[in-house]
Design a protein around this ligand. Structure first.
Ligand code: AMP
Length: 223
């Protein structure tokens, strides 16, 4: 694997970014930075900042301003191997970190039809303690509503209800989807068919990353 892998996971809500991030970060020793979870953890602490952030998350809107981008800078500016899940979500955020010399070199776009992800989100449950994600039909916990790993009662995320899901999609199309062209213009965008089951998706991601890494190493040795 290339020495520097600064990876971004793109895709609509429910496309499986976090599942991919969990598996891939382990396999390639990448720091997994899941912005949505960082924000939810802050809300859980019930700080002034957390209360402010909650106003946006509960409506399905993006946290405004440079707060999130500054946080990313603090977490990764000295790192050479990381994976960003849920960041950037706007071209402005992408340009902001680029200006701060955080040079993303690989973007994986998880493609899934909207009808499919809406179905997935309505059946998604998470463990509020260890963060394990479940799908009530395809990846249900062994004991009803109890997390397999830490035995906490699993819950539905506040923003996984139909009204908020609709808003999150509106925000995705308006603000996040332009990143596809942004990164494609930089020749670092790779698409993955994420409509398949998680195992197959991970397999395809690994295949792609190995190929990308081979390319990087080859172009490096040519220089
Ligand atoms: P996620 O867990 O990725 O679905 O994110 C949940 C929510 O966190 C989003 O709907 C936004 O409200 C907020 N959020 C996550 N990432 C960002 C970001 N890069 N910029 C602003 N808000 C974000």
């Amino acid at each position: 694997m290339a020495k520097s892998l600064k990876l971004v996971l793109l895709g609509p809500p429910g496309s499986g970014k976090s599942t991919v991030a969990e598996q891939i970060s382990k396999k390639y020793s990448l720091q997994d930075v899941y912005m949505g979870q960082i924000l939810r953890d802050e809300i859980k602490k019930d700080t002034i900042v957390g209360k402010e952030i909650a106003k946006y998350l509960n409506k399905g809107e993006l946290v405004p301003g440079n707060f999130v981008s500054d946080l990313i800078y603090l977490i990764v500016h000295k790192k050479t191997k990381f994976m960003l899940d849920g960041f950037p979500r706007t071209v402005q955020q992408a340009e902001y970190i680029q200006d701060m010399k955080i040079n993303i070199n690989c973007v994986l776009m998880l493609e899934v039809p909207e009808s499919e992800v809406i179905k997935r989100l309505s059946l998604r449950r998470v463990c509020p303690n260890c963060r394990t994600q479940y799908h009530l039909k395809f990846f249900a916990p062994k004991n009803k509503n109890i997390c397999d790993k830490c035995k906490t009662k699993i819950i539905r995320r506040n923003d996984d209800n139909p009204k908020i899901i609709k808003e999150r999609f509106r925000v995705y199309h308006q603000k996040t989807a332009p990143l596809i062209k942004h990164y494609s213009d930089q020749n670092i965008l790779y698409t993955v068919d994420a409509s398949k089951n998680p195992k197959e998706v991970i397999k395809e991601v690994i295949k792609k990353l190995n190929k990308i890494s081979k390319g990087k190493n080859q172009s490096k040795s040519k220089r």
